[in-house]
Design a protein around this ligand. Structure first.
Ligand code: FO1
Length: 308
């Protein structure tokens, strides 16, 4: 079965690992809105967590970077008086240096990502939704002062504290969809939207021209796993962001965001009460266990995504 997965962040990574246990081949279309230039390096968190997870080297405790990594460079940067709010591990830095050098030679992000995947021993296709610049910026209010921050500044440097007034996808209008990603969606028999932050991991992909149409018009079975359990996300700023944009932070609100794109949404059994309302939105609902608290639950959820 030709499977295409839209992914970004830690929840997605767990499902990707679960899928690896169920099927050999699948294509991952990664969000790029988290990407940013930092200390002269081009950092791609959602691409890297997919690559590291599929390579079996992800730090599953922190939820980012490479397992058992050291932070000697960061410590020395601090000793030099540099800001070190973004935790760059020594091995992780090799990825950023490799990617930045390749990009500086004019190679496109998709080609560099494929190269990294191969060198890390990843057998699945992992690709950015676009090779072009697309950054998620958060319009925040803090003590009455409005400030626009890159997602990483908001989430990591400011620990997601400021109030969210808006979220913008800078570059989305000009970004060209990765043709390999559109082709994969065209040929897909199953399209999976991972349990990711809808505002910062899925909507930035859909903001790139071509993706919404490709999914809406696809003949594939389209299944999403809700990132929400109850009235909040399993982890991260999704709830705060959804509310900041005037949405609810439950599965029904996510189903409304993805209206027209899904055949089925898997929600946690504890949210069965929302089933009727979501089905009235035109999306079938399958009840499952969406809290992937161990490897077995990752595989169980992956299995239900493949059969939903
Ligand atoms: N997230 C953090 O909360 N703190 C960090 O210090 C941090 C470092 C980091 C380094 C490389 C990388 O690829 C991701 C990193 N992340 C960190 C996660 C990153 O902020 C993600 O974009 C978000 O967690 C959302 O996916």
């Amino acid at each position: 079965m030709r499977i295409v997965v839209l992914a970004g962040g830690t929840g997605s990574a767990k499902l990707l690992r679960g899928l690896q246990g169920e099927v050999e081949e699948f294509t991952v279309i990664s969000n790029v809105g988290d990407n940013f230039w930092h200390k002269g390096l081009f950092i791609c968190p959602d691409i890297d967590i997919a690559l590291y997870t599929l390579a079996g080297v992800a730090d599953t405790v922190k939820g980012w970077g490479i397992e058992k990594d050291t932070f000697n460079v960061l410590a020395q940067l601090a000793a030099l008086g540099e800001e070190t709010w973004f935790g760059l591990g020594d091995k992780d830095l090799a990825t950023h240096i490799f990617r930045t050098v390749q990009l500086s030679r004019g190679r496109r992000l998709g080609a560099v990502t494929s190269d990294l995947a191969r060198r890390l021993g990843v057998r699945q296709d992992v690709m950015p939704c676009t090779d072009d610049s697309l950054e998620t910026h958060v319009v925040t209010i803090e003590e009455g002062v409005e400030e626009t921050l890159h997602l990483q500044e908001f989430w990591v440097r400011k620990r997601g504290q400021p109030e969210v007034k808006d979220v913008v996808y800078v570059g989305a209008e000009k970004a060209v969809a990765n043709p390999k990603a559109l082709a994969a969606l065209e040929a897909a028999e199953r399209i999976i939207l991972c349990p990711a932050n809808p505002v910062t991991s899925i909507l930035p992909i859909l903001a790139v021209r071509g993706f919404r149409d490709a999914i809406e018009n696809s003949k594939a079975r389209r299944v999403a796993v809700s990132p929400m359990i109850g009235f909040g996300p399993v982890s991260g700023p999704a709830g705060k962001m959804m509310k900041g944009l005037g949405h609810g932070s439950d599965s029904l609100s996510v189903a409304r965001l993805y209206k027209g794109l899904l055949d089925c949404m898997i929600i946690d059994s504890s949210d069965a009460i929302q089933k009727g309302a979501i089905e009235r939105e035109g999306t079938q609902v399958s009840l499952g266990s969406t809290l992937m608290s161990n490897r077995e639950k990752e595989r169980e959820l992956a299995s239900s995504v493949l059969s939903a």
